[in-house]
Ligand binder design. Sequence first.
Ligand SMILES: Cc1ncc(COP(=O)(O)O)c(C=O)c1O
Length: 442
Amino acid sequence: MNQHSPVSRPNNLDAFWMPYSDNRHFKSHPRMLARAEGMSYFTADGQEILDGTAGLWCCNAGHGRREIVEAIQKQAAVMDFAPTFQLGHPIAFEAAARVAAMTPEGLDRIFFTNSGSESADTALKIALAYQKARGQSQRVRLVGRERGYHGVGFGGMSVGGIGGNRKQFGAMLPYVDHLPHTHLPGQNAFSRGLPEHGAHLADVLENLVALHGDTIAAVMVEPMAGSTGVLVPPVGYLQRLRDLCDKHDILLIFDEVITGFGRLGTNFGSDRLGVTPDILTMAKGLTNAAVPMGGVAVSNAIYETVVNGAPDGIELFHGYTYSGHPLASAAAIATLDLHRAEDLPGRARAMEPYFGDAAHAMKDGDKVIDIRSIGLVAGIELAPRPGKPGARAMEVFRTCFDKGVLTRVTGDIIALSPPLIVEKPQVDRIFGTLADAIKAAA
Ligand SMILES: Cc1ncc(COP(=O)(O)O)c(C=O)c1O
């Protein structure tokens, strides 16, 4: 065993029901990560695994950052926990102020959660509460998009548009509708940055308004859909969605759980894509994933209406025991310090051309049927093996892991999103290993 490894191989894997996993396969072929530092994980055997995915799109500043570790340690010794229901502690307010200083102008009020899923459900609930508070109680409908991912709560799952995530769980929320997804491989295959075709797909919102009248409260989309396998918004699409929401008095929510904190080369995807929502969700990179934390940034107008417009007493009957948790707040402040000190969005911007070149060099005219990239994100779509969807990409994932590179697989799409501190030789290693694995795959 590696002498640095604090974790030996557990000899009983039964108790942990692993999330989003093939438990039976894993437990007969375990792949254990025991330690992490900088750009890499290390297995219990000491093998280095270069992190091509920033964990799960979340360790944007790299692993084991001393500044974040020390901030968490220090806070744990000062105050482990205190409620934020009708009480406060300074570090949560400081964290919110720091986040508000980064979010797009006008989205200055921050509600803390513990995850992306909670952020999505919180955003939907705030949208409904806002509509009610301003006298539009009939606006109860929520609109998402096919292939959207907003986590696993009932709100996010219902507004989300990935069939596989819904099929086990019954009827979903009522009053939810969906826009079409924006994947047009016939016209946009092998696009770099924003694909040219597809802005018109936002116009389907007009059809939904014709159908549902003035009962739509909010539209929620990811500015760049990550979990479904990297779908970059077509040129003009988000602006059109913004204009239609304004025209019909509907709130626009961006789920920035993946696109926040530098992934697209700017603080938030909204900054890169030039469209500002009314509500913006975040998680993952907020604390570099060192302590779970999410957040929802809302416009001042929404806050004013829901909070200042309410009678005395609690204005929003919503919150989590751990909203603004002291350790998470400390991790967030230290993370945002690192973002600024090291200009992580700037690093992503500077690396984007090299990373994009490497991604698009995966085109092989045979197994690779599409490549999409923006910022430090790339999706490489493989032709499915006949009768076995997902099997080819899963084989590639396993080969890459065995060769020391962590990738992520959704169906037959391989997604790459390394920490924003990635260097050129590491980009070369990620894509070199991937190219070999694709070549070797049946
Ligand atoms: C856009 C988006 N929203 C929500 C979530 C859910 O986040 P969590 O797994 O932290 O609940 C994710 C996770 O990948 C995501 O990508």
